[in-house]
Design a protein around this ligand. Structure first.
Ligand code: SF4
Ligand code: SF4
Ligand code: SF4
Length: 285
C-alpha cells in the first residue's frame, strides 16, 4: 500500500475518467483536487452516478446524497456518431475530444473510434454542421453499471497522453517563437555568407511561415481552452447536446472566419490537428 498517495489521488481513482467537465471542472483530476480541498461537493459527477457518489461518500466518511441536478443526470452511456455524409472536415470535434477518440483529416470526413469514446459530449457543441449524435449504447444501465474500471483506466491513460501531447506542442510552438524573436533581433547576415545555392537560406522563409501558422493555430487553441475554463468556472461548462449556445456559436464563427482569413487550408490545419493523434501503440479500450 502506498501511503504517499494524497486524498486527491484517491478521489481521482474513484472517478470514471470520462473527462466530460460536467462536474464544472476541466476534467477528473481538477475535480478530485477541488473535492479534496473542500471547494467542490462529492455529488457533481453524473457519469459516476449514484454509485460514484456512494464510493466518494465512503472514502470521505460522509453521507450518500443525490447527484446535484445542476451538473446533469445519470443516464445510459452514449457514444458519439458522426453523420459522415454531412461532416465538412473542420476538425473542431477532434480538437475538443479529451481522449483522442476521433480520426480524420482537414476537409475530409471524420470518424469516432467507438471503443475509445467516453461519451463525454464535448465534441457535439463545436460541430458547425450539427452532424454528431450521441447514441446510448448501454440499454438501461447507467453510471458505473455502464462503465467498467478497465474502461476508466484506459480513458485516464489516453487523457494523460492527450494532455502530454498538447503540452509538447505548446512547448514546441513557444520554442519556435523564441527562435524567431532571437533571429529577428540578430544582426542581418552579410551577402557574402549566403552564397551557397539550395542551403538553409532558401529554406528559412518557408520554415518561418510554417512556424508562424502553427503558432497562430496554437494561440487559437489556447484561447479556446481558456474560454472553456472560464465557462466551467461560471458553472456553464459545455454540457449541452441539444443546442449550441450563442457564445459557442460566436466562437465557432470566429474560428471559421479566422481560418479563412489566414488561408489555413488542408495542410495547414493538418499540422495543428494530426489525422490520427493517437499513439501507434494504442488499442481500443
Ligand atoms: S463529471 Fe466528468 S470530468 Fe467531472 S469527475 Fe465526473 S467524469 Fe470526470
Ligand atoms: S468522441 Fe466526442 S463524446 Fe466521444 S470522447 Fe471524444 S469528444 Fe467525447
Ligand atoms: S466538427 Fe462536425 S463537421 Fe467538423 S470535423 Fe467534426 S464532425 Fe465533421
Amino acid at each position: 500500500m502506498n501511503n504517499s498517495r494524497t486524498l486527491a489521488d484517491r478521489i481521482e481513482d474513484l472517478l470514471p475518467q470520462t473527462q466530460c467537465t460536467k462536474c464544472g471542472y476541466d476534467g477528473c483530476r481538477p475535480y478530485a483536487e477541488a473535492v479534496a480541498d473542500g471547494a467542490a461537493s462529492y455529488n457533481q459527477c453524473p457519469p459516476g452516478g449514484a454509485e460514484g457518489v456512494a464510493r466518494l461518500a465512503h472514502l470521505l466518511g460522509k453521507p450518500v446524497i443525490p447527484i446535484n441536478p445542476a451538473n446533469g443526470v445519470e443516464r445510459p452511456r452514449p457514444v458519439a456518431l458522426i453523420d459522415e455524409q454531412v461532416c465538412i472536415g473542420c476538425t473542431l470535434c477532434m480538437q475538443a475530444c479529451p481522449v483522442d477518440a476521433i480520426v480524420g483529416a482537414p476537409k475530409q470526413m471524420h470518424t469516432i473510434v467507438k471503443d475509445l469514446c467516453t461519451g463525454c459530449d464535448l465534441c457535439v457543441a463545436p460541430c458547425p454542421v450539427d452532424c454528431i449524435a450521441m447514441i446510448p449504447v448501454t440499454g438501461e444501465a447507467t453510471g458505473w453499471n455502464a462503465w467498467t474500471q478497465q474502461q476508466a483506466d484506459a480513458a485516464r491513460l489516453r487523457h494523460d497522453r492527450h494532455q502530454a501531447r498538447l503540452a509538447a506542442e505548446r512547448d514546441a510552438a513557444e520554442a519556435r517563437a523564441a527562435a524567431r524573436r532571437a533571429a529577428a533581433a540578430a544582426p542581418a547576415a552579410t551577402p557574402a555568407t549566403a552564397e551557397a545555392p539550395g542551403d538553409t537560406a532558401a529554406a528559412a522563409p518557408a520554415n518561418d511561415a510554417e512556424a508562424k501558422k502553427k503558432a497562430i493555430i496554437q494561440a487559437a487553441l489556447e484561447r479556446a481552452r481558456q474560454k472553456k475554463a472560464e465557462l466551467a468556472a461560471r458553472g456553464e461548462g459545455p454540457r449541452n447536446t441539444d443546442q449550441v449556445s450563442a457564445d459557442v456559436q460566436a466562437q465557432i464563427d470566429a474560428a471559421e472566419a479566422r481560418r479563412k482569413r489566414l488561408g489555413l487550408d488542408d495542410k495547414d490545419a493538418g499540422d495543428a490537428s494530426k489525422s490520427d493523434p493517437r499513439g501507434s501503440d494504442d488499442k481500443p479500450a
